[in-house]
Design a protein around this ligand. Structure first.
Ligand code: XMP
Length: 516
């Protein structure tokens, strides 16, 4: 296994992600924890030093133990990790000056010395590779034994290597997308280190189970199950690890899609044998939302009630010390602001973030290192059906934010039916997996129509379908006109209460995916 020593870079997890893509098992440990004893016990086959925000010029800045260099294993240093390695082994680092600091895109050109680390690099005819730099300081003199393999305008020693000792160090970040050929560099490194790339999601599952057991021991754990992919996979994984020590609370706020509550509860309770409390609180939520039409007020009410309800049910579980959450890696990076600047709240997202402090619970977050597609792979590994794993995201406040204006039971009922027809159409045409998210919003207007010989005066609805990679930006889905026509006809014929269908062709930005 490979050890990543974390010096605090924002993108350390991405290194792990790249290695998992190469089917190499790795663990990230903070530098404070990595002592001589730790290294002996861990017995890494290779080590990566991550980047970090500190300056090696500062007294007391973070270091790996000297032993790391004495274990005879390959080491790759990245950014701060490169500077640390150079300084530790007798090279020099210079403080950042304006002229040599590099942030963002840069180009590296090769030196004369070649190395297997760069197999597959500099091949596209341009003679250079785009890399992502983010450094103030830079190496000004390489350590004895090191060659320079590549140079960029601000980093004369952008890529350095001591091939005999298999120590490699780069100033840029090969783990980010803006270093397009970065994955090749990792691949070369792990190959040089003798990894065969035979590690799988099955192995990840075993490891995750071991960690959960270590963390919670024999204590009860509670989990808010939403039926979404993340909380479902988290719950299935926890159940695998600790069985009946886990109790899930499924809060039914009456704002779910057609048959959703029954399906989720049946799957987890009957099919997967989890202990699930079905909190039927529809009356409470719909009562408090009565007459409310402002989107933010709706969101706040739902968020507050959710916490109250969850707390009420959780209190029934004696001795619960842990709260499990399906937090993913993107949630972790998004919560640490990259820019550091204040950002405007567009929508107050509903999540259970406030729960642990309020309830004095410790968090278990077994998906914290994973990305969405990896969570899906893990879910498959855990035996969750494909139809469940591939489901479109569904917002915490549910249909409340797909019902602009006042929410009534009548509107919710109409909305559920229309949504079911729309999704059925999308599935029948084999489009479901191409779309990030698709749903119907019921509009707060009635329009006049004619059906048979009669006049109708019913609600209009909007169909929404977008493609996206992460929900942050999105494009409307370019349906064929025939598909839209057929879907509109079906909705108007099959759903009493709707007599007009529109298609929303707004992208994000300037729109958002949901209507509220
Ligand atoms: P917007 O509408 O902001 O949505 O473009 C981006 C993605 O987030 C989902 N969404 C939410 N998810 N709680 C959630 O768990 C929320 O309060 C919430 N609001 C929006 C939305 O469905 C889309 O996938």
């Amino acid at each position: 296994r490979l050890l990543i020593i974390d010096f605090g870079s924002q993108v350390t997890q991405l290194i792990a992600r790249r290695l998992r893509e190469l089917n190499v098992y790795c663990e990230i440990h903070p530098y404070q924890k990595v002592t001589d004893a730790f290294l002996t016990e861990f017995a890494p086959k290779a080590i990566i030093f991550s980047g970090g925000p500190d300056s090696v010029m500062r007294e007391g800045s973070p270091r790996p133990p000297k032993k790391a260099y004495e274990m005879g294993v390959p080491i790759l240093g990245i950014c701060y990790g490169q500077q640390v390695m150079m300084q530790d082994l007798g090279g020099k680092v210079e403080a950042g000056e304006h002229a040599t600091a590099e942030f963002g895109r840069a180009y590296v050109t090769p030196s004369e010395t070649r190395s297997d680390l760069l197999a597959g690099w500099f091949m596209d005819g341009s003679g250079r590779e785009q890399v992502w730099m983010s450094h103030g300081d830079h190496v000004s003199e390489v350590a004895p034994g090191f060659d320079v393999l590549g140079t960029s305008p601000g980093a004369p020693f952008a890529i350095t290597a001591d091939t005999d000792r298999r120590f490699y160090a780069v100033q840029f970040h090969p783990e980010v997308h803006h270093t397009p050929n970065g994955k090749t560099l990792y691949q070369n490194f792990v190959q040089l280190a003798g990894f065969t790339g035979d590690w799988t999601m099955g192995a990840y599952r075993e490891e995750a189970i071991r960690k959960i057991k270590d963390q919670v021991g024999d204590k009860p754990v509670i989990c808010a199950l939403s039926g979404g992919v993340d909380s479902s996979v988290a719950a299935a994984l926890l159940h695998d690890a600790i069985g009946d020590q886990l109790t899930c609370v499924f809060v039914d706020h009456g704002l779910l899609r057609m048959n959703e509550a029954e399906e989720v509860v049946a799957m987890f309770r009957d099919h997967m044998n989890l202990r699930v409390i079905h909190a039927q609180e529809q009356e409470l939520f719909l009562g408090e939302l009565d007459g409310v039409s402002d989107p933010e007020t709706k969101r706040k009410i739902i968020g507050r009630l959710f916490i109250d309800v969850f707390q009420k049910y959780a209190n029934q579980i004696e001795g619960a010390e842990f709260l499990a959450q399906g937090t993913l890696y993107p949630d972790v990076i998004e919560s640490v602001s990259f820019s550091g600047g204040p950002s405007v709240t567009i929508k107050s997202h509903h999540n259970v973030g406030g729960l642990p402090e309020k309830m004095g619970l410790k968090l278990v977050e077994p998906l914290r290192e994973l990305f969405k597609d990896e969570v899906r792979a893990l879910g498959r590994e855990l035996g969750l059906p494909d139809s469940f794993i591939g489901r479109h995201p569904f917002p915490g406040p549910g249909l409340a934010i797909r019902c602009p204006g006042e929410i009534t039971r009548e509107k919710l009922e109409i909305l559920r039916k229309a949504d079911a027809v729309y999704i059925d159409q999308i599935r029948k045409h084999g489009l479901y997996d191409e779309i990030w998210q698709a749903f119907v919003a019921i509009l707060p207007v009635r329009t006049v129509g004619v059906m048979g010989d009669g006049r109708t005066y019913d609600y209009a609805c909007a169909l929404r379908a977008v493609t996206s990679v992460d929900g942050m930006t999105a494009d409307y889905y370019p349906f064929e006109h025939d598909f839209l026509g057929e879907t509109a006809t079906r909705i108007i014929n099959e759903v009493k209460g709707i007599n007009r269908v529109t298609y929303d062709i707004t992208s994000k930005p300037p729109g958002t995916i949901e209507w509220e």
